[in-house]
Design a binder for this molecule. Structure first.
Ligand SMILES: Cc1cc2nc3c(=O)[nH]c(=O)nc-3n(C[C@H](O)[C@H](O)[C@H](O)COP(=O)(O)OP(=O)(O)OC[C@H]3O[C@@H](n4cnc5c(N)ncnc54)[C@H](O)[C@@H]3O)c2cc1C
Length: 398
């Protein structure tokens, strides 16, 4: 009996795992517009490749917005199953600091990608690069363009895994969004997530401290606080302590409230504790850095964002050490963001990630409108949505 044919459009993380899952039972074809597959997967390896995270159950689900919709996909294919899947491919992982899961030391993203690619080729998946999806025909079948030829390949199911809208150099350029809108599918505009924040630095401060990390800080906005690290950049701040605050900053801008970020430079010292260092001393400002154990960048930042009165009075300066308010001017542009929100609305989908309107079309990965912080949760979300769709299709292919 001839096996069912599945076409996957987009050869990124989500498309590749979907292909691997279906390859044992279906005739699988990947169509990718770039010259190679998995380019964002490779970029993800710059500066720490978090394949997933150690978080499980509620600690995992609550990282995702909107989590009730994604929960069942995450439940069926959670971080432990993800690690087991990688292990089966010959990619051993370990849990690093703050629960991030990395490939075994020395293993590069290109090697992980190669293992996935080898498995696909072994299982007979056909990978067609330089094929661009350019819209749907009158029968809601995808139109693909290769060189100067266009065609609409026939298949039993079509899985779209076209990615979000950032880092267009890796192929994810959001040009597909109007094609889904023309089909009458509900979509949301793309916005940056997990991106840097713009801060108006004084030029001298920027020239001296851009590139300096702020370690072991706590960042807060409203009632949300988290510990981590931020990097001072030319334009402002970025880093793992910053990205989870981005949704709150976005909301604040939308409600026209100018957002402030508060930094606690000494989250492990109470206000009282810092105050005790001043007891019995006539503390001079030139001794602040030594007494409060502040490095040059921290001290300069405190000086830049305190008033003269706050700076000169040790008690008020301590308040600033614990809660330095920094005005945020803007979010960095979509192109630079690690991930984006927006794309196909989750409420346009069935539980198996097919479109309610056109059940032969499935949509997975970052092209769907969901959000999660960095730390392995983005790839996990892409893999879990892919698994939810392939779990259903596998039963149809048998
Ligand atoms: C700098 C950076 C670092 C990151 N680090 C991490 C990390 O450490 N951990 C983590 O979990 N996540 C990380 N991410 C996020 C993660 O890489 C993405 O969420 C994930 O790759 C998205 O997978 P996807 O398959 O949905 O989309 P993509 O990987 O973007 O793949 C989409 C594919 O579709 C193709 N395509 C697009 N349009 C068309 C078209 N019209 N026709 C045909 N093909 C098309 C693209 O060329 C691309 O190959 C990082 C992202 C960036 C930018």
């Amino acid at each position: 009996m001839q096996s069912k044919k599945v076409i996957i459009i987009g050869g990124g993380a989500a498309g590749l795992i979907a292909a691997e899952q279906l390859s044992a039972t279906c005739d699988v074809h990947i169509y990718e517009k770039g010259k190679t597959i998995g380019r964002k997967f490779l970029v993800a390896g710059n500066g720490g490749f978090n394949l997933t995270n150690a978080a499980i159950e509620d600690d995992l689900y609550q990282k995702y917005t909107p989590h009730p919709v994604l929960q069942s996909a995450l439940q069926s294919f959670d971080t432990q199953k993800m690690r087991a899947w990688l292990e089966k491919l010959g990619i051993t992982t370990f849990i690093g600091s703050s629960g991030r899961v990395f490939p075994q030391k020395g293993v590069k993203p290109i090697q992980v990608l190669q293992k996935i690619k080898d498995k696909l080729l072994d299982n007979g998946v056909q990978i067609h690069c330089k094929h661009e999806f350019i819209g749907f025909n009158a029968h809601q079948l995808p139109i693909l363009k290769h060189q100067s030829t266009t065609f609409s390949p026939q298949a039993d199911a079509y899985i779209f895994a076209l990615g979000g809208a950032s880092w267009s150099v890796t192929g994810s350029n959001m040009k597909w969004l109007p094609f889904f809108e023309q089909l009458g599918i509900s979509t949301q505009p793309f916005e940056a997530s997990n991106c840097g924040l713009e801060v108006k630095w004084d030029a001298a401060f920027r020239d001296k401290y851009a590139g300096t990390p702020l370690k072991n800080i706590q960042v807060s906005l409203g009632s949300t606080s988290l510990k981590g690290e931020a990097l001072i950049t030319d334009y402002g701040l970025e880093g793992n302590a910053i990205y989870p605050i981005v949704p709150l900053i976005r909301t604040a801008f939308k409600s026209l409230q100018p957002p402030f970020l508060a930094i606690d430079f000494k989250p492990n010292n109470s206000h009282q504790n810092l105050l005790s260092k001043t007891k019995g001393k006539r503390l001079k400002t030139k001794n602040y850095a030594y007494e409060f154990n502040l490095n040059k960048a921290e001290f300069a930042l405190l000086k830049a964002f305190t008033t003269k009165e706050e700076y000169l009075a040790p008690e008020r300066f301590i308040e600033a050490i614990k809660h330095l308010k920094i005005p945020i001017e803007a979010l960095r542009p979509i192109e630079e963001a690690i991930s984006t929100i927006g794309g196909v609305s989750l409420n346009a989908l069935n539980a198996n990630y097919s479109l309610q309107k056109y059940p032969h079309i499935f949509v997975i990965g970052e092209m769907l409108d969901w959000d999660a912080p960095t730390g392995g949760f983005l790839l996990q979300g892409c893999f879990s949505t892919a698994m939810a769709c392939t779990h259903y299709l596998k039963t149809k292919c048998q």
